[in-house]
Design a protein around this ligand. Structure first.
Ligand SMILES: Cc1cc2nc3c(=O)[nH]c(=O)nc-3n(C[C@H](O)[C@H](O)[C@H](O)COP(=O)(O)OP(=O)(O)OC[C@H]3O[C@@H](n4cnc5c(N)ncnc54)[C@H](O)[C@@H]3O)c2cc1C
Length: 411
């Protein structure tokens, strides 16, 4: 049975074209790679990035003029990531991880930086945003990586970044490091740098992972890595804005789109299992209790799609919508997780088999929790936006067409 998506009435013809193209590539070219990716376990797949870049999808948010991107907007981006993730979580995650630094570059880069890098990204240069550190995690202001200025104006970077999406395929890292004094927790104590992957002192290490096989989320080591003054993104002190703004405006929705793709796949696989598994002259799907559980999985998906595409459409309309972005990630992640729990019960003994497709979906869904912030952090910010003093709308800052040299907003 083909189900009509909740968002169908709100899509333009251009959106439908992007989705159809993504669906074809995902189902015909990416899905057949899944078994091989699973068998390889933790590794960096190099076929997927080529397939994705060939479509121009690394430039989905980058304007056509003057940078040669698709300029297709946030709803189109979400459709792409969702379709890819439906077939393979790693494919959706690879694409989404590089869209985050590209948006930060668009929002904060100087005209020269945008002209230099955005056309390269649009034509397939993979990038990372390197913020998280082993000891401080989501406490960005606690980071210890440093960037020191030198007498010739260049910067020397030192530190370790972990869980860095696309670590092993990126040609460019957007690194956030401390330029202020060590103990300062002020937001302007951090700055952002464009660090080419082939600079001396830049190395990456793969980290073992339970899922998203083929996606690299490794450690980036900066050991006296020197970059010229021109590689400071925007102005000194804008590191917090780059890290937090890009994660809020791009990262939250990206992970929500991965969740939607995996969730839809879980629903479809569960329906196939239940409607074909014989039971008492009929099928498992005839059972009322089983149907109620399927209804729970579908209801969660319907609600998540509405929350996620509502937030994406607001971004495309340049409506400040930070609470909707927080809620989108929270809702999609929770719904996918709850769906996996129901599916685990419905698949019975097969849910325990490593060779059953459920195992991959279940593992990949767990990977959505931490990136762009765990539930507790979304709730913290949603609470602040509702009752506290948090009034910054990152969505307003990051969706302006060209926003160079904004001062870091204070909150
Ligand atoms: C697949 C994947 C991809 C990723 N991609 C990137 C990337 O591209 N770039 C990057 O920089 N990072 C990336 N990350 C890292 C991710 O952003 C961090 O894992 C996340 O910020 C949480 O940090 P942590 O894991 O160190 O947990 P911690 O910050 O140590 O938090 C652990 C737990 O403590 C609780 N907690 C912590 N702080 C708070 C708080 N303020 N309020 C309430 N509860 C709190 C929460 O329950 C939280 O889950 C990725 C992670 C994964 C798994």
């Amino acid at each position: 049975m083909q189900m009509v998506s909740e968002i169908e009435p709100y899509l333009s013809e251009a959106h439908r074209r992007v989705r159809a193209q993504a669906r074809t590539v995902a189902r015909e070219e990416i899905a057949p790679l899944t078994r091989q990716l699973e068998e390889a376990g933790t590794h960096t797949n190099t076929v997927l990035p080529v397939l994705l870049a060939k479509q121009g999808w690394t430039g989905v948010l980058i304007p056509d003029e003057p940078y040669g991107g698709m300029g297709a907007g946030h709803v189109a981006k979400m459709l792409l990531i969702q379709e890819l993730s439906y077939c393979n979580g790693a494919a959706g995650t690879i694409l989404q991880a590089s869209l985050i630094p590209a948006l930060a570059l668009q929002a904060l880069g100087s005209p020269e930086q945008r002209s230099q890098w955005l056309p390269q990204i649009a034509s397939g240069l993979w990038t990372t945003i390197a913020v998280t550190e082993p000891d401080t995690g989501s406490d960005i202001l606690g980071m210890t990586s440093t960037a020191h200025p030198t007498s010739d104006g260049s910067w020397v970077l030192n530190g370790h970044k972990c869980f860095i999406g696309n670590s092993h395929i990126a040609g460019l890292h957007l690194v956030v490091a401390r330029t202020g004094t060590p103990a300062r927790r002020d937001k302007d104590a951090l700055s952002a740098f464009l660090v080419e992957a082939d600079r001396p002192g830049v190395t990456v290490k793969q980290a073992p992972s339970t899922g998203l096989h083929g996606f690299s989320a490794g450690t980036l080591v900066l050991d006296n890595a020197r970059v010229p003054a021109a590689n400071l993104l925007g102005e000194e002190g804008q590191g917090w804005t780059a890290a937090y703004g890009a994660s809020m405006v791009c990262g939250r929705l990206n992970l929500a789109a991965v969740a939607l793709g995996l969730h839809q796949r879980l629903l479809d696989d569960t329906i196939t299992f239940l409607t074909t598994r014989p039971r008492r002259g009929g099928h498992l799907s005839d059972n009322a209790v089983v149907r109620k559980r399927v209804a729970e999985i579908r209801s969660g998906l319907m609600n998540a799609e509405l929350a996620v595409y509502h937030a994406s459409a607001l971004l495309d309309q340049r409506v400040p919508c930070d609470p909707a972005l927080l809620n989108a990630k929270l809702t999609a992640k929770r719904a996918a997780e709850a769906a996996a729990q129901h599916a685990a019960d419905l698949f019975g003994g097969y849910a325990t088999r490593t060779d059953h497709p459920f195992a991959r979906l279940d593992r990949d869904i767990r990977h959505i929790a931490a990136p762009a912030g765990p539930d507790d952090i979304q709730l913290h910010h949603l609470g602040e936006a509702t009752l506290g003093s948090e009034r910054v709308q990152w969505s307003a800052l990051f969706t302006r067409p060209e926003t160079p040299h904004e001062p870091a907003p204070a909150h």
